[in-house]
Design a protein around this ligand. Structure first.
Ligand SMILES: Cc1ncc(COP(=O)(O)O)c(C=O)c1O
Length: 432
């Protein structure tokens, strides 16, 4: 094993042997080269005042060489903020700004030890880093039965982890913390589990209430008390879009510092929150009271980044940073939040109006981009196909009964027609 990897491992083992034990084989072996091209180049950037001939970019007239056909369309930005490589950990100012935003929006992180957010190529990449560092073949990844389908590829197919599902809702249509508890405690033999908590949930649009949130945290603590090392990952893709009285913070705050056998990891980003899906700017943040552990996990994360994408795109980091620093940011975000909330409210109003009879129920939703219908009489796939071929309406069928509707994509004034048409398609399918 490389001595640098060994050093990181020794630090982790010394400060918290449980965190060390959570690492995958790759997680143990990975490191970020201290004496490689990037570190020599960073050193030169600070000190080489005459000529800097270290890195594989091109310089002309004291700035990164570039083509005017590109720069002309981006003239609001300085070439140095677009064309140079961003550091593997991301633009430092962006990391600082995101950390400040996280603290402002999540008062529960107050007083907890957590690292500087590391920039990822959006959330999928953050999740994939978690998978690389912590998931080995056969490790359990615990998710609810209503989940984002990509976890299967990221953890199951790529890393050979075993996906363990529990029902998202209990019989009272609230978060099924007992199901999570059973799935977690069943991993006692393995001594390790990765739990992914995604609220607002894709596909249902559900976020638990404060009491349910506390139950989730208590269940994870119980598993840790029982000797299970838990990598507790919050996938906060839709953070902030809380429309009702659910928790309005990430559970990361309460999971941080919960137990020495719990490693809280926050995966979040600008993708959905800032409506910049194609920019590919996300973050991964670790919690630990130990600075040395945070530093070691950051080095290992940088090793994964360097060995996969090398570094994230620079222009979009610059765009997001400028937005976060703009005095108009909060106002503009609030305007978009209001639009999304009005759409969610309209959907609820339609569904609760009684006009659709008993052809469907809907899963409780209070946040995010989506809601899910549970069709009671006909197959979701048949309705999806009919909506598409007869009415030019696209929805997502999930399993036998569930139809996911991204109300985020539909203007408030069109929602009535959308749901009335889904209802019509269901009736036609019933009579087919
Ligand atoms: C729950 C959840 N997590 C992560 C992602 C991926 O986000 P990104 O586009 O930033 O990779 C999505 C995207 O649909 C999602 O729904």
């Amino acid at each position: 094993m490389n001595p640098l990897a060994q050093q990181l491992n020794e630090t982790l083992e010394r400060d918290n042997a449980n965190v060390y034990a959570m690492l995958s084989k790759l997680g143990r072996e990975i490191y970020f080269p201290k004496v490689g091209i990037l570190s020599q180049s960073a050193e030169a950037k600070a000190k080489a005042k005459k000529f800097n001939a270290t890195i594989g970019i091109a310089i002309e007239n004291g700035q990164p060489m570039h083509l005017n056909v590109i720069q002309d369309t981006l003239s609001a930005y300085d070439p140095k903020d677009l064309y140079e490589y961003a550091p593997p950990a991301g633009k430092p100012e962006l990391r600082t700004a995101w950390r400040a935003k996280m603290m402002k929006e999540n008062p529960s992180v107050e007083g907890k030890g957590f690292g500087n957010p590391i920039v990822t190529n959006a959330l999928t990449h953050g999740l994939s880093i978690v998978a690389d560092l912590f998931a080995d073949a056969g490790d359990a990844v615990i998710i609810p039965n209503k989940n984002w389908e990509n976890y299967e590829l990221t953890f199951g197919v790529r890393r050979g982890a075993e996906i363990v599902e529990y029902d998202l809702y209990n019989s009272s249509n609230r978060f099924n913390s007992e199901g999570l508890r059973e799935a977690l405690l069943a991993q006692k033999g393995k001594g390790k589990a990765i739990v992914i908590l995604n609220f607002p949930n894709n596909p249902t649009g559900y976020t638990p209430g404060p009491q349910e949130g506390d139950e989730i945290v208590a269940v994870i603590k119980e598993a840790a008390d029982a000797g299970i090392n838990v990598v507790a990952v919050t996938d906060d893709a839709y953070f902030g879009l809380f429309f009702e009285d659910s928790v309005h913070e990430s559970l990361f705050g309460k999971l941080a510092g919960l137990h020495e056998r719990v490693l809280a990891v926050k995966v979040d980003g600008a993708t959905k929150e800032e409506y910049v899906w194609g920019f590919r700017v996300g973050f991964i943040t670790y919690a630990s009271p130990s600075e040395a552990i945070l530093a070691s996990l950051e080095q290992k994360t940088l090793g994964i980044i360097r060995s996969t994408i090398s570094s994230g795109p620079h222009p979009s980091q610059t765009f997001v940073l400028r937005a976060l620093q703009s005095p108009e940011f909060e106002t503009q975000k609030a305007e978009k939040y209001d639009i999304m909330k009005r759409r969610a409210n309209k959907v609820k109003e339609l569904l609760d109006s009684g006009r659709y009879g008993d052809v469907w129920e809907y899963y409780p939703f209070n946040s995010g981009y989506f809601m899910c219908l549970k069709l009671t009489k006909v197959s979701a796939e048949a309705v999806r196909q009919r909506l598409l071929s007869e009415y030019g309406i696209g929805t997502i069928a999930l399993g036998e009964t569930d139809l996911r509707v991204a109300f985020s994509c539909i203007e408030e004034g069109d929602l009535e027609e959308l749901y009335d048409t889904i209802f019509k398609a269901v009736q036609e399918q019933l009579n087919a």
